[in-house]
Design a binder for this molecule. Structure first.
Ligand code: ATP
Ligand code: MG
Length: 553
């Protein structure tokens, strides 16, 4: 509930530097009179300008400054709402826009537009359009509800029912959804990149594993080769007979015996040769000079020759044995040298095997890349989570948006209130003795059935009948606002509502309704018919024009 208290303005339209002060909460009913152009309707402009920065009439900002004196134009309105006293001051030349809460100016850190938004959404909880639908009726620039476009009708009703918040939520949801969509898009790109990275890392690790595997295989092959070589050397060694050294020594002894034998035979041969020569040369003994008979000589020579033949045979036999022994000896020596060679190879092989036993396979590090892979997988899960969250959020937002659509929650609420609204409108229509069945549907289209005629729309009716419908809607909206405690105010201004369109009966009926309005309502009636209304109103304000400036007399 907004309780308007006081309106002050100077140098505004036809008002001069002497401020006009109107107590908005002084009496239940005030009649405002004055001839044409004395500044009566200016009250509406002043209120509208102070609250919404828009005059009621279609005049540009600059056109609001009093053209006679051109002095600083200022409008102030004071009101009470949500347990606080508020004052809004607006000026032109110089421009001013100040909001005071309980005497203290609210910091105007943001720009004027946001400050205005703050005033409408947080303090007044009412926009320009809705304010006029529940506060003002009549005046040249007033657009009755029934002449508003469907979208504007919806705005007014949503404000009345306090569900305008859903429209705002829808906008917020849309903005959030755009952010989430961007998030999901970048998450999808990150996800693909991460998957590629993981694939690459897996390949890298598998290459490293192959390197290690072949290093191990090479090592094992080296061990097997060394073992095989050792085995083949051993089997070579096994082929040689045992005791070759003993055989060598025995053969050497045999060779020495044969050499000795050969010496002996040579010596015997020499002696036999000299013995034969002796008997061939000598006919007597050189020592005893005794003659050697021919018989003895022949017998001795035969004997010597026989011995020489035998010795020659022995020499030849001995030579054969010697050659054979030497041959065998050389063979055995060769074998021994071969064995020594094999033994040396085996010793080398033993060294190789010992080295292999101590050797460790050189493996490349797989632990670090494997750890990296695990980290990458965790990152992938995080990215996937982010994507899922964004997608969930988009889904929720879409569901919420669906619900907030015109066909969603808002329509549901409006549908619930529509019968109440229609009832109230019809009740006021009856009070104004206009007996029609008025019906507003959920698209805010009206159908009006008269008792005798067919179905009509607003445009079908006469000005007086239209006025009755406008009045009924105004009072119905005020009732709904009161019920919802949303855009309820104490102020009601009727600008020349009575003057042209309403007949006497209509005027009487309207007065009846005004009497039924709740106690705190302050009704201002601007009229050119003071004689009809004066007796019925609590106070009267008379506007006049003095020295070209509007004033209250
Ligand atoms: N910038 C301005 N400077 C001075 N006077 C202005 C300016 N703009 C409009 N006016 C005049 O202000 C006067 C007040 O108009 P307003 O609509 O309040 O009169 P009114 O009392 O409601 O008259 P009516 O009975 O004809 O509706 C008009 O005469 C108008 O010409
Ligand atoms: Mg007027």
């Amino acid at each position: 509930m907004i309780l308007f208290k006081e309106l002050t303005y100077k140098n505004f339209l036809s008002t001069g530097n002497n401020p006009i002060i109107i107590d908005l909460n002084k009496s239940r009913s005030t009649l405002i009179v004055g001839t044409n152009g004395t500044g009566k309707s200016t009250i509406l402009d002043a209120i509208s300008f102070a609250l919404f920065n828009k005059p009621h009439r279609n005049v540009k900002r600059g056109g609001l400054v009093n053209s006679v004196n051109g002095k600083a134009c200022e409008v102030t309105i004071e009101f009470e709402t949500a347990g606080h006293n508020w004052k809004v001051l607006r000026g032109i030349k110089p421009n001013k826009f100040e909001v005071y809460q309980d005497g203290n100016m609210i910091d105007q850190q943001t720009n004027v537009r946001d400050y205005q938004k703050f005033l409408e959404q947080n303090i007044l909880k009412l926009n320009h359009k809705s304010f006029h639908q529940i506060v003002v009726l009549g005046s040249s620039s007033f657009i009755p509800f029934m002449q508003l476009k469907a979208w504007d009708r919806r705005d007014v009703i949503e404000d009345l029912l306090d569900i305008g918040v859903f429209s705002k939520m829808k906008t917020v949801l849309k903005q959030r959804n755009n952010i989430q969509k961007d998030l999901a898009k970048s998450s999808r790109i990150s996800l693909d990149n991460q998957k590629d990275k993981i694939e690459y890392q897996k390949k890298h690790i598998s290459q490293l594993e192959n390197i290690n595997k072949s290093a191990k295989m090479d090592f094992e092959e080296d061990i097997i080769n060394a073992q095989n070589e050792m085995d083949s050397l051993k089997s070579k060694l096994d082929k040689y007979p045992l005791g070759l050294r003993g055989t060598l020594n025995s053969l050497r002894k045999v060779r020495e015996g044969l050499q000795t034998e050969k010496g002996k035979h040579t010596h015997s041969m020499k002696e036999l040769v000299s013995k034969a020569k002796f008997f061939e040369v000598n006919t007597a003994c050189p020592t005893c000079t005794q003659e050697i008979s021919e018989n003895v000589k022949n017998s001795m020579l035969t004997d010597v020759r026989a011995q020489a033949q035998q010795t020659q045979k022995d020499i030849e036999l001995n030579n054969i044995k010697y050659d054979e022994t030497i041959e065998t000896l050389e063979k055995v020596q060769d074998q021994i040298s071969d064995m020594a060679n094999i033994n040396s190879q085996m010793s080398t092989q033993t060294d190789i095997m010992a080295k292999l036993a101590n050797k460790q396979v050189k493996e490349v590090d797989i632990d670090a890349p494997a750890k990296e892979l695990v980290d990458m997988t965790y990152d992938l899960i995080d990215i996937q989570d982010n994507l899922t969250e964004a997608e969930d959020q988009i889904l929720y937002n879409n569901i919420a948006s669906e619900m907030l659509k015109d066909t969603g929650i808002r329509t549901k609420i409006i549908k619930e209130y529509l019968p109440v609204m229609n009832n109230l409108i019809n009740k006021y229509l009856q009070t104004l003795e206009f007996f029609v069945a008025f019906h507003l549907n959920e698209n805010f289209e009206e159908s009006i059935k008269s008792r005798h005629r067919d179905e009509f729309v607003y445009a079908n009716f006469s000005e007086g009948e239209k006025m009755r419908i406008d009045l009924s809607l105004l009072f119905a909206w005020r009732q709904v606002a009161k019920m919802k405690n949303s855009t309820n105010t104490n102020l009601l201004i009727l600008d020349e509502t009575f003057d042209s369109s309403l007949d006497d009966e209509g005027t009487d009926n309207l007065m009846k309704i005004l009497k039924t309005l709740e106690k705190g309502t302050n009704t201002f009636i601007i009229s050119h018919k003071p004689d009809v209304l004066e007796s019925k109103m609590e106070q009267k304000i008379q506007f006049v024009k003095k020295n070209n400036f509007s004033a209250i007399s």
